[in-house]
Design a protein around this ligand. Structure first.
Ligand SMILES: [Zn+2]
Length: 366
């Protein structure tokens, strides 16, 4: 036995991976566990590695030095500087078609896939990077309509167990993709398209609602949590500033759509350049709008204003959606006014959504 062989066989507590150690493999890859518990050995095939990654191809083609290569169990050994956990995920993708990474609405996705993305990026395995980015982009809404759909899906999912049990399910937040880990992944690996939606949803979560918090979340089963600990200072500044800005915009918007002056507006269709409608009941509709605004104010004044908002799980886009779906609108206003209010709310929602990159300071300076 040569001294090179001995150096690794001495590590008797070294673990062969239970499934990723193929007897006919021509290459042994060793990597340290991240918790310092020891070394893991994978026995794989050079040809498979080289096929997936140009970096592996170059690395494994380097001829052995004068001492020859380190060997183990009759195969050449390559020591990877990456963690055994990352290497395990990478080889799992190579050897298990459909490796179960891409579940829908998986709140752990961004956490589970982070190590894989790190090692795939490092070794330039574009197919994995593309698949992760694609899945992330599919999971996050790109329009107000998609946001509303996501919210409604969650409500349906929550209401099912509620029908059979009077106890609300406080784990419903796990049915949603989790925004803080998604922001971490998207920021570190360049998937900017999901950031506006992820920051928006993050801003609807109170800072104390951390993922592992054992604090009683109260009675609202829709209340979500986030892994705030994964965010750095820059991301947290975006969260706080964006949340405050959205609160101010929302208050201005809902006051405007429920302003009695709405009855006097003449809606001009820009494309047709003609007057579409005008309220014939300005007195009645004006009074109704004022009372609807008053009722909302009464119920939500505290949560819409100042510091209290900051600690709330306030969701201004859904709040506007809810105003547009108030039964009182159709019951108390004329058709023209309802049309105008709902249309205006739709325009405000679109503006709020389109402004999210600015709201969360995601626009590059260039
Ligand atoms: Zn009217």
């Amino acid at each position: 036995m040569t001294s090179r062989e001995l150096s690794i066989t001495r590590l008797r507590d070294t673990l062969r991976h239970p499934t990723l150690y193929f007897a006919n493999g021509d290459l042994v890859v060793s990597a340290e566990s991240s918790d310092g518990s020891g070394m893991q050995l994978f026995r794989v095939h050079t040809v498979i590695l080289a096929q997936h990654s140009p970096v592996f191809g170059d690395m494994l083609a380097i001829p052995a030095g004068p001492d020859g290569r380190e060997t183990y169990d009759g195969a050449h050994v390559v020591r990877f500087p990456d963690t055994a956990e990352d290497v395990e995920k990478l080889f799992s993708v190579f050897y298990n078609p459909g490796f179960p990474l891409f579940k829908r609405s998986d709140s752990d996705f961004a956490v589970d896939v982070y190590g894989l993305m790190r090692i795939a990026t490092k070794y330039q395995i574009d197919s994995i990077c593309r698949a992760v980015k694609h899945h992330l982009e599919c999971e996050w809404p790109h329009t107000v309509e998609e946001l509303v759909r996501l919210h409604n899906d969650l409500k349906v999912a929550i209401s099912r167990p509620l029908q059979s049990s009077p106890k609300p399910d406080h784990t419903a937040y796990k049915l949603f993709p989790e925004p803080a880990s998604a922001i971490r992944l998207a920021t570190d690996f360049d998937v900017p398209s999901i950031l506006p939606a992820a920051y928006y949803i993050l801003s609807t979560i109170a800072i104390e609602d951390t993922w592992d918090s054992t604090v009683n979340l109260g009675l609202h089963p829709l209340r979500r949590r986030a892994r705030f600990e994964l965010l750095g200072d820059a991301e947290l500044v975006r969260y706080f500033r964006g949340k405050a800005k959205l609160a101010r915009e929302f208050v201005a918007m809902y006051k405007q759509v429920l302003d009695p002056a709405m009855t006097k507006l003449i809606y001009v269709d820009i494309e047709e350049d003609e007057v579409i409608n005008r309220c014939d009941y300005q007195q009645e509709c004006g009074t109704a709008l004022a009372s609807i605004e008053g009722a909302i104010d009464e119920g939500h004044r505290e949560s819409f204003e100042g510091a209290v908002w900051d600690s709330m799980h306030a969701d201004p886009l859904m709040a506007l959606h809810n105003v547009a779906h108030l039964g009182a609108l159709e019951e108390q206003l004329c058709f023209s006014c309802v049309y105008l209010v709902i249309r205006t709310i739709g325009q405000f929602q679109k503006k709020m959504w389109d402004d999210l990159p600015k709201t969360f300071n995601l626009v590059s300076d260039s």
